[in-house]
Design a protein around this ligand. Structure first.
Ligand SMILES: [Zn+2]
Ligand SMILES: [Zn+2]
Length: 495
């Protein structure tokens, strides 16, 4: 480009102000691409606006140029995250300090004091969180009381430190610190749940399926590996409770599920980490076989909650078995889950999503007071050595949203594959993309096979009634697909 039509625009984003050099003839689509590159984003889940209060969107277009959109040298444009989670930040939307009245109207005030956060969150919020380092005998050239770049405290989200300690996911509080570390100190950061539904009450046209517009249409979703997790570790206070839970399977050969009751506590191994400490397993009424579990109505559910509350415990997750005995005298079980098959089935991911949605995580930075969930899923199954072992999981915020908005369903023939519903007259479903290069990640079934029988699973709120949970179907060994992105070690105090 000639220097004559070269201009500089500034982009205000949650990461601060960025400058982009471009030609007046650059089209708007390329402007989006430049912004994405400059901010090192994985996807296009954002919009650009001319004003701070996000009123007039600069619509991506090949035919419109910077000049025709009247964007001039030195102009400021404003970035807003619209679709769920990008690789680097969840749907954190930063609102500039000087936001106008119009912006505050469309945006719920954040940092609400009335949000009742979990005790562990209140504790962690008070912690400094920075990791102290010792004087480095090789690199530090100052005296004992001095401090330099090699020995000063580092942030809990420091990439080098996490790599060194082999911590694959940021703890949620480290992630919060990272998101709120900008100039405004997080005062204007708000987490918003990903939305996969048409915004209701749009007056621009007749309701779906007769009409849809850019104002009410949910954005396309790119499935990404989530960089943070709400719970970093699970611990059972006592192996005896697990043994007692497994007794049912040992005696009958049938599978079993239970709710985990316990507390969330600070975990010191991970910066600003949280551990779920399990004190008890409650087994609700259920009918099961070798391959399935069906939950029945539970008349005692309220009493159980009351007792737990009186003991200072809450429901922290659920546990289920997927065990087939191989050699009863040797005590070995079949190794059926793993990298070659799957860790969780789509059905289990959906159920975990439902349970996580019904146990939301209170969060002061969330625009609707809750964000994500600390609810964990524990699967008891056979490991490589054919021993009974446990693994813990949680589904991502994207999965929770897809489940909540009834977009994700299991497939008929492949337990490890999920299926994104297609838009119908009754429901508009946004496009969902995933990148094969990001492994592990969710994989979407390539064909259009949907099984109607699963649809009775319904939305999150109907979970209380009977839910059929098939545990084993046939396995496909060709696909390496993880429904979920992480698992964490579970150990007990005595080993
Ligand atoms: Zn030093
Ligand atoms: Zn509309």
């Amino acid at each position: 480009m000639s220097t004559k039509d070269k201009i500089l625009v500034r982009v205000q984003s949650p990461e601060g102000l960025k400058r982009i050099e471009l030609s007046k003839n650059t089209n708007i689509k390329d402007l989006y691409e430049l912004v994405r590159e400059t901010l090192k984003l994985e996807d296009y889940g954002f919009s650009l606006f001319k004003e701070r209060n996000f009123t007039s969107e600069i619509i991506s277009s090949r035919s419109q140029t910077i000049a025709s959109q009247n964007i001039k040298h030195g102009d400021m444009i404003f970035f807003k995250q619209v679709a769920g989670i990008s690789e680097r930040r969840a749907s954190a939307v930063a609102i500039d300090k000087i936001s106008s009245a119009a912006a505050s109207q469309s945006f719920q005030p954040v940092l609400k004091n009335e949000v009742k956060e979990d005790p562990v969150d209140l504790l962690l919020a008070k912690e400094d969180g920075r990791i102290k380092r010792e004087r480095d005998s090789k690199l530090c050239h100052h005296n004992l009381n001095g401090c330099c770049i090699h020995c000063s405290a580092i942030e809990p989200y420091d990439e080098g430190y996490l790599k060194e300690k082999n911590i694959k996911h940021l703890s949620f509080h480290s992630y919060l610190r990272k998101q709120t570390s900008g100039m405004t100190g997080g005062k204007f950061v708000a987490f918003e749940d990903l939305n996969c539904k048409i915004k209701s009450g749009c007056r621009e046209h007749l309701p779906w399926p007769k009409g849809i517009c850019s104002k009410c249409q949910p954005s396309a979703i790119t499935l990404n590996r989530q960089t943070y997790r709400h719970v970093d570790n699970v611990m059972f206070e006592n192996t005896a409770i697990v043994e007692r839970f497994l007794e049912y399977w040992r005696n009958t050969g049938h599978q079993r599920m239970g709710y985990l009751y316990g507390q969330y506590e600070v975990l010191s191994d991970v910066p600003l980490g949280i551990r779920a400490r399990v004190a008890a397993i409650y087994e609700p009424p259920q009918e099961s076989s070798r391959d399935s579990i069906k939950l029945l109505d539970d008349d005692n559910a309220n009493d159980v909650e009351e007792v737990a509350k009186a003991l200072g415990l809450c429901r922290v997750g659920w546990i289920f078995t997927d065990l087939i005995s191989e050699n009863a005298s040797a005590g070995t079980v079949k190794h059926i889950r793993g990298i070659e098959t799957h860790f969780l089935t789509a059905q289990e991911c959906i159920l975990a999503g439902n349970l996580q949605n019904s146990h939301p995580n209170p969060c002061r930075y969330a625009s609707n007071s809750v964000f994500g969930s600390k609810f964990i899923t524990v699967c008891v199954t056979g490991d490589k050595l054919k021993q009974v072992h446990m693994e813990g999981y949680a589904v991502s915020a994207q999965c929770m949203a897809l489940v909540r908005d009834d977009c994700l369903i299991p497939t008929k023939d492949a337990p490890e594959l999920g299926y994104i519903r297609e838009s119908s007259d009754k429901q508009y479903v946004p496009d969902v993309y995933y990148k094969v290069s990001i492994v592990p990640s969710m994989k979407i079934h390539p064909t259009n096979e949907i099984i109607a029988a699963w649809q009775h699973l319904g939305k999150s709120k109907t979970y209380e009634s009977a839910v059929y949970l098939p545990l084993f179907l046939e396995f496909h060994f060709f696909f390496v697909s993880f429904y979920y992105y992480y698992y964490f070690t579970i150990f007990t105090e005595n080993g």
